[in-house]
Design a protein around this ligand. Sequence first.
Ligand code: NAD
Ligand code: DAU
Length: 338
Amino acid sequence: MKKILVTGGAGFIGSNFINHILKNRDDYFIVNLDKLTYAGNLENLKESENNPNYVFVKGDIQNNELVNYIFEKYQIKYVINFAAESHVDRSILGAEVFYRTNVIGTNVLLEAAKRFEVERFLQISTDEVYGSLGPTGLFTESTPISPNSPYSSSKAAADLMVQAYHHTYGMPTLITRCSNNYGPYQFPEKLIPLMIINSINNKKLPVYGDGLNVRDWIYVIDHNRAVELVLEKGKIGEVYNIGASNEMKNIEIVKLILKHLNKSEDLIEYVKDRPGHDRRYAIDSSKIQNELGWKPQFSFESAIQYTIDWYLNNRQWWERIISGDYIKYYNEQYLNRK
Ligand code: NAD
Ligand code: DAU
């Protein structure tokens, strides 16, 4: 039995990871440590909560005592660190919590992992650490780190720290850098769920700047299949990019969502740009494809349709979110933007 600490497992990607693993494997025992910030939601894990190979612990990855207790109690040998403050716009409104969780929190996990001599420590990073691309070219694993937002700089700092622990202490670390995910349980602050929900509610769709920024979209299960593979077969000390070669301009995504929902493009509203907005991300994933044999299984066309249908069929899930504290954030973020 592989005893794994998954942090941030009540968030979007982490909960999809836990549900995916527990559905497909019986050789993993997962301890999910999550602080349940605004982005954490145990409803995402309904299908896993009674699984005998799963335990949830509410807590902060910065809590040294708790983290050490978990390693000892559950004899943790593998760590996957999904826990993070993850939203760029929020990092622009207030950066401190990003450095606390994403940098200090990762350090607490690394120290415990060193003390308890884990077999593998997998840091879930992001393509945003590479900065922004011009109209051509792709991020490879050797593209220099050049983050632009408080969020991406905190993720880059964590990556450098993870690599330093490998170099200095010989810690068995791995890093994955994935592009933009979409799928069920994504918090409505992010582009795709925000646009789906606003369209359903006939609310304006706030497109930043000229709408021509490019992101490279991957379905969350394809990302998590890659995470599973890297954990098991990745070469210690290495970085693996993950992406599905699906570049799209933001405005194309917004129009596609409107079309699927049979709504008018009049809902589109161009608003003030995000400060420091990265123009284009695009991933070269040939390393993980050639070395580990991963490739994406889901086409964008079918997975975006499935995702839109999921939001249509799970109104309760997002209605509870958008009627709570989220209203305050939404007003702060968008009311002054016109
Ligand atoms: P999310 O915001 O949906 O979830 C983050 C989770 O971490 C939440 O459950 C939250 O409660 C938890 N958390 C936050 N601070 C914590 C703390 N101090 N201690 C314990 N738990 C804490 O994020 P996501 O979109 O699922 O992203 C997960 C990871 O993947 C992040 O590390 C992010 O940087 C990375 N990533 C995300 C994307 C994407 O497109 N969403 C792409 C590439 C990489
Ligand atoms: O690339 C991976 C990253 O993708 C992850 O590391 C981050 O955790 C994740 O949040 C995501 O970052 P982005 O900033 O790319 O995602 P977001 O969904 O916030 O925005 C996607 C694009 O859409 C971006 O160009 C900004 C634009 N946008 C976003 C929102 C929320 C809008 O035009 N309007 C909006 O209201």
